[in-house]
Write a new protein. Structure first.
Length: 260
């Protein structure tokens, strides 16, 4: 089932000599459960595309449907309602509220979407490795810990789709791995669709699909490393099961001969 369908999406900023075509007639379908990495150089339109899918920006032209329903981009109230119901967003710079604790930051999105659930917020903080740090303020936490709070916050309203904009851009390589593994593990367990923007090709190992964007156009669409790994694991599991069945068959044959 498709969760996102974009048809002929363009986004133009300015006019005349100052015109910038951030997106140029983009068609894109994302299926439910996919984990999509969006690659491209600076200025290629990655964040613009992400913001249109999040209903944070309105395209100059084109159509957008989400799980089969048209998204009324251009109507601020309906765009806000759409985000509250469907989208989780993780920012590069965390965007945590400084005078709120980790738990309060996590519950903030719940309050805004009318889905307050303290028990689930505490569960999420534990799942992202922050058990015991619920009452700490952002200033008392490392960059990796703050990004984990941002992940918990984005997940707290149980969105259908998770979006991330360079979510490891301010983290060292080791912390980036930890953050990505935590995010992908939780999203797969929750059955969420994920689209994350990155300039780091090494992060495509966490994606089932990789899109390449350049000059506002999608110029590449390939299988991600996660699909390859999953396929290898599935194949290995099938081999083990097949081998076990053969061994079991031989044991039964041997037992029949002994009994006989």
């Amino acid at each position: 089932m498709s969760i996102v369908e974009l048809k002929g999406i363009s986004r133009i900023y300015g006019e005349g000599d100052t015109e910038v075509r951030a997106l140029d007639n983009v068609d894109l379908t994302i299926k439910s459960g996919e984990i999509v990495a969006l690659l491209g150089p600076s200025g290629s339109g990655k964040t613009t595309l992400l913001n249109i899918i999040a209903a944070l920006d309105t395209p100059t032209a084109g159509e957008y449907s989400f799980i089969g329903d048209d998204v009324e981009l251009g109507n601020v109230g309906k765009m806000t309602d759409f985000r509250k119901k469907n989208i989780g967003y993780i920012f590069q710079f965390f965007n945590l509220v400084g005078d709120l604790t980790a738990l309060e930051n996590t519950m903030l999105v719940q309050d805004l979407s009318g889905k307050r659930d303290k028990k689930y917020a505490l569960e999420l903080l534990e799942r992202v490795g922050l058990k015991g740090l619920e009452d700490r303020f952002p200033s008392q936490m490392s960059g990796g810990q703050r990004q984990r709070v941002a992940i918990a916050r984005a997940l707290s309203s149980r969105p259908k789709m998770m979006l991330g904009d360079e979510l490891t851009g301010n983290l060292d390589s080791e912390t980036s791995i930890q953050v990505m593994e935590t995010l992908i593990e939780i999203c797969r367990k929750e059955g969420m669709t994920v689209l994350f923007v990155t300039h780091d090709r090494s992060l495509t190992k966490y994606a089932t699909r990789v899109l390449q964007l350049e000059s506002g156009k999608i110029i590449g669409d390939e299988i991600g490393g996660l699909s390859t790994i999953s396929g290898q694991v599935e194949s290995a599991a099938k081999d083990v099961i097949s081998g076990a069945k053969k061994i079991a068959g031989k044991i039964i044959e041997f037992a029949d001969e002994v009994i006989g």
